[in-house]
Design a protein around this ligand. Sequence first.
Ligand SMILES: Nc1ncnc2c1ncn2[C@@H]1O[C@H](COP(=O)(O)OP(=O)(O)O)[C@@H](O)[C@H]1O
Ligand SMILES: [Mg+2]
Length: 328
Amino acid sequence: MSFLEVKNITKQFGRQTALGDVSLNIERGELVCILGPSGCGKTTLLRIIAGLETSDSGRVVMNGIDCTDFPASKRNFGIVFQSYALFPNMTILGNVLFGLYQKKGVTKDEVRIKAIEVLRMVDLLEHKDKYPRQLSGGQQQRTALARAIALSPDYLLLDEPLSALDAKVRVKLRGEIRKIQRTLGVTTIMVTHDQEEALTMADRIVVMNNATVEQIGTPREIYNRPATPFVADFIGTMNFYRKDGKTDAIRPENIKLADRSGVYDVTARVKNLEFKGASTRIYGVLPDLDDILIDVPSETADEMRLCEDSTMFLRLSAEHLVHIPAVI
Ligand SMILES: Nc1ncnc2c1ncn2[C@@H]1O[C@H](COP(=O)(O)OP(=O)(O)O)[C@@H](O)[C@H]1O
Ligand SMILES: [Mg+2]
């Protein structure tokens, strides 16, 4: 039995299918990312797990207990949204205390100690008497996180918690959320449309598209062995390579440049070079006029004196070729 079982959930909004038969299991202490493009049903799934939305059919089983018909208040979770949803007229400490006061059977002292503890954990203790508007976006989101974990929930649900923040803060907060999640060992579901976020943070990723689950696996499985054309295309960059009537896929960084005199599988012409710092992306064209992307260390590109219209000798080694069933 898994710590959270989502079984055959469906949900329609009028004629729009938000979820068509979605199932997944989450183990205790895991951080699972639900990853997919906008509109694929991620938020709806999270809200159904939280009990903030009802499903049309299917079950939600939490720690062995069927919670499908329980209201949100009977499910033990903390939730953080993209918009921080803090009370603007309360201090940071007040925002965290507010949730804690709803809990029965705890004394005022205990509540205060807990609030201070979680504010220290998210590194906001020195700002506890400020108001949300006096803090940066990242700090406000950390307040929302502190409020969510203060009640020591069984499940932490995060809906695109980083997408309103700028790139630098986002990357920093990824690490902080992951660290806190590990320290607490809290079972966490994080919704995101950002593949890099999912790859760097998740124990396992659930890739969704069009109201259904395409693949569930560890970041490495999803990246190295995509199960469907959608996953191959959505996560990272992928070349689709047709040979002998079947289609294989290969990542740009897995294509090696060989010498004219060496062993190679195919030639290609350089269309364009894009210097990206440590690596250089080569936009190439195969003899059959299909495009091919190759990432090489910039040093290699320099050494080989690649320029527009150079001919490349490419090695596509079998260990890196991923067979994709039914490419469209
Ligand atoms: N309350 C609602 N009423 C009508 N349609 C909705 C509602 N919530 C979501 N939808 C539709 O359901 C689909 C999935 O939405 P959502 O779960 O928010 O996707 P995501 O979070 O992946 O962007 C979308 O087509 C969206 O327009
Ligand atoms: Mg959403």
